[in-house]
Write a protein that binds this ligand. Structure first.
Ligand code: PRT
Ligand code: ZN
Length: 290
């Protein structure tokens, strides 16, 4: 039995659960408890505050965790993580954000020296302390949990060091982002030292995860082609082995199926139309098992 810690409530909860569902692990969270078991995979889910996830994984209470890199970095830097070293097993492609320094928008900003002698409000004091030391700046850190963005207007601080994603919260509080210090997304973490029986389960999870991630960057194309265009179309669409071609009821016409990289989709469609492809369908792919 493998145990994974995920955020109980908050921004990462929904996408963490969706990711488990996407790899075929359904958790009944209708009557959510602290600990829930998947009925169809030997996996237990431990729900907790994201602040605690790095340490429960490091201590071995959970084998895996889904948490923001910002939280992992802060808990390592502030000494909360005391057990085995943590490893990022996979970046998960959601929860993207940065931790930035922001100051009142009317202030003229001339570089990091602006912060010399200033008071900075943050929930990430350890990451901030490291950055200030690197910049050789002496500033006072005011630790605030929640609503950091109101600190300058409330007279508690001159600046803030906080999470930014769209930047809307800064703007609506009359602040401007001046230094982007730390870039983060949700990651799957472990200690990298699982016993063999658990490693087998982790390998299965990673296999499923990678199939799901690969499929998100690809599209399934179906189109009709005159027979004379097939050789050209095969050159345009190199497939996993080779494209599938099926005759249509109409003589001289074929249906071709192929998988393409999303980044190349419109380029391929243009080329295929130019050689006579018609009725092109573009479909999402659920999983790709190579
Ligand atoms: O209760 P618990 O301790 O578990 O949750 P929490 O309150 O500490 O964290 P939560 O749920 O707010 O965020 C969890 C994680 O989501 C963070 O650690 C980040 O890794 C990630 N994340 C991604 C974000 C954001 N984007 C984000 N925008 N976390 C917080 N924000 C805040 C930001 O501070 C700002 O105040 O959202 C506000 C809106 O941001 P803008 O720039 O889009 O306006
Ligand atoms: Zn938290």
């Amino acid at each position: 039995m493998l145990r994974i810690a995920i955020q109980a409530k908050g921004r990462l909860n929904e996408e963490s659960m969706a990711l488990l569902r996407e790899i075929g692990i359904k958790i009944d969270d209708s009557k959510r408890k602290f600990l829930a078991q998947a009925p169809d995979f030997p996996l237990e889910v431990l729900y907790m505050r994201d602040d605690d996830i790095p340490q429960v994984v490091s201590a071995g209470t959970a084998d895996l965790g889904i948490v923001g890199q910002n939280e992992v970095a802060e808990r390592i830097a502030d000494g909360t993580v005391t057990g085995a070293p943590l490893q990022v097993v996979r970046s998960l492609g959601f929860g993207g954000c940065r931790i930035s320094l922001a100051i009142p928008k009317a202030e003229a900003y001339d570089g990091p020296a602006w912060f010399q002698g200033k008071r900075i409000a943050t929930s990430y004091p350890a990451i901030l302390r490291k950055w200030l030391a690197e910049q050789q700046i002496d500033a006072q850190i005011e630790v605030i949990t929640g609503s950091v963005e109101i600190a300058p207007a409330a007279g508690i601080a001159d600046a803030i060091f906080d999470i930014v994603s769209s930047g809307g919260t800064l703007v609506s509080n009359g602040l401007k982002e001046v230094e982007k210090v730390f870039f983060s997304e949700a990651v799957l973490i472990s200690t990298g030292t699982l016993p063999a029986d658990k490693q087998v389960l982790l390998d299965e999870i990673l296999f499923r995860l990678d199939s799901a991630v690969v499929s998100r960057q690809k599209k399934y194309l179906v189109m009709n082609l005159p027979e004379s265009a097939i050789d050209e179309a095969v050159k345009i669409l190199p497939a996993m082995r080779s494209p599938t071609i099926m005759p249509l009821a109409a003589k001289g016409w074929f249906a071709m199926h192929a998988v393409v990289e999303e980044s190349q989709l419109w380029d391929k469609i243009r080329q295929l139309k130019a050689i006579g492809a018609e009725g092109i369908l573009v479909l999402n792919i659920d999983k790709i098992i190579p």
